[in-house]
Design a protein around this ligand. Structure first.
Ligand SMILES: Cc1ncc(COP(=O)(O)O)c(C=O)c1O
Length: 450
């Protein structure tokens, strides 16, 4: 790292400290495969790194949710991580995305999740805070954290750079650029400009709060260039984007910027937003998005060595976690469970999505007939009710467990401790998670509703 001035020791808060056990579970044996970015590599090539680098997190492993419920009989919610599924979903990016895949830590920062993504071969991480940067750098010695929040505390910039060797930052405003230039000590950092894009086709707009217009982006990039920094452009088309053309449109907007800036672009970051295959959602395959991005990038005037990045969160982890909840009370067609909108299940409020569910009753069979149940969360707040019902056997009762699938994205990451409820237990399961392929009753019903 080349420093602009003298080193200052006031690095500030070094972020969270994570204490882990060095216990590794066996990993799947992998056939050799092609990876789009040589900086990422599959497990087999990374064994040496694992011995010297990554810190592992030990979790109890069960065959499935029934075995888990029979053994622990938990009255608290339990996150069920399927590392194999997370690795498979991660590898789709590593194999198919035409560039480098970063994982967006905000989506699910749990060490078990991070470890699966690392073991799949990801070495670069999109981080938004010093806490996330600390997590990445303390878990994996050879990983790179990119500080991709357009608004940063000066102390966080300084600590990121000096404690954690961060050298990629993003801005979307001239005052933030001033702040970064005044604070950072390193001339060799890369500064991305976050460009606002249309969020057409996405469930969650991420350009209302952040993102420069084309005019503003040109001014920012020109200044970055004049100041002698490496320049990059970043955007985010919005989360759960169902239209590959949204990336093409965003890349056309990048083209408008490139036509006017004097800066050379070393990095182009197309963000996250890739959709998860939620039950009932007919989203195009990821490969369609990769093709659209490749075609869009080909039209751009970029340096030959420019690195194309993506920062998926949801598409990598949504299917890899389920949640085991328990029914605390049944009142007619309403079930009161031990998790809800203030904890792991806030996403359905935004998405109105149907989560795949299955009843878990280790001690005996359940009725074959099903019906819809209104689901109330554990808090005293009457808003704590899910917007869509769960379809379950008609004889569901107090003490039964329900396994809720496709909750890997923005679940534990958003859970509050409201009313004294805070789901904190994580285990690993070995079976296939509930999802579009294995909750046929519910899928058929939802297809009929649509
Ligand atoms: C800058 C940035 N990158 C990546 C992501 C991950 O997006 P997604 O989970 O939709 O893939 C987000 C989500 O908010 C983000 O803000």
């Amino acid at each position: 790292m080349r420093l602009k001035g003298g080193w200052q020791a006031e690095a500030g808060d070094a972020g969270a400290n994570f204490i882990m056990c060095r216990i590794f579970t066996a990993t799947e044996s992998q056939a050799p495969m092609a990876f789009a970015d040589p900086e990422n590599a599959p497990d087999a090539e990374r064994k040496a790194d694992r011995e010297s680098g990554a810190v592992a997190y030990a979790a109890r492993t069960f065959a499935d949710a029934t075995a888990l419920a029979a053994r622990l009989r938990p009255g608290y919610p339990v996150y069920c991580v399927r590392p194999k599924r997370i690795k498979a979903d991660t590898r789709r990016f590593l194999r198919g995305f035409p560039g480098r895949t970063l994982y967006a830590v905000k989506c699910n920062p749990h060490p078990l999740v991070m470890q699966a993504i690392y073991e799949a071969g990801v070495r670069h991480f999109d981080t938004a805070s010093l806490g996330e940067i600390a997590l990445v750098r303390e878990l994996f010695r050879d990983a790179t954290a990119y500080f991709m929040h357009p608004v940063k505390a000066r102390a966080a910039i300084l600590s990121a750079e000096q404690v954690y060797d961060v050298s990629h930052f993003v801005v979307d405003h001239t005052d933030e650029l001033d702040k970064l230039i005044e604070t950072t000590k390193d001339d060799e950092i890369t500064i991305f400009v976050r460009l606002a894009t249309s969020s057409k086709g996405a469930v969650l707009d991420l350009s209302r709060k952040f993102g420069a217009s084309v005019d503003e982006a040109v001014k920012l990039l020109d200044r970055i260039h004049r100041e002698g920094y490496r320049a990059g452009i970043a955007f985010h088309v919005g989360s759960q984007c169902r239209d590959p053309m949204a990336f093409r449109d965003a890349l056309k907007r990048v083209g408008l910027v490139l036509a006017r800036t004097e800066a050379e672009i070393h990095y182009l970051d197309v963000g996250g937003g890739f959709p998860a295959p939620y039950v009932g959602e007919d989203v195009p395959p990821l490969e369609d998005f990769f093709k659209a991005i490749e075609a869009g990038v080909e039209q751009l005037r970029l340096r030959r060595d420019a690195v194309i990045l993506c920062e998926p969160g949801r598409a990598v982890v949504a299917s890899g976690l389920s949640l085991l909840v328990q029914v605390q009370l049944r009142k007619g067609d309403s079930l009161y469970i031990n998790d809800g909108i203030y904890h792991s299940l806030s996403e359905p409020l935004v998405f109105n999505n149907h989560l795949p569910v299955r009843l878990i009753r280790p001690d005996g069979p359940a009725a074959a007939e099903t019906r819809d149940f209104t689901i109330y969360g554990p808090t005293c707040d009457s808003h704590d009710v899910l917007p869509t019902p769960f379809t379950l056997p008609v004889d569901v009762r107090e003490g039964d467990w329900i396994e809720v699938g496709q909750v890997g994205a923005y679940s534990n990451a958003l859970a509050t401790g409201f009313n004294g409820f805070k789901p904190e237990t994580f285990v690993e399961l070995e079976d296939e998670p509930p999802g579009p392929r294995n909750t046929p009753t519910q899928n058929a019903r939802q297809a009929a509703v649509r």
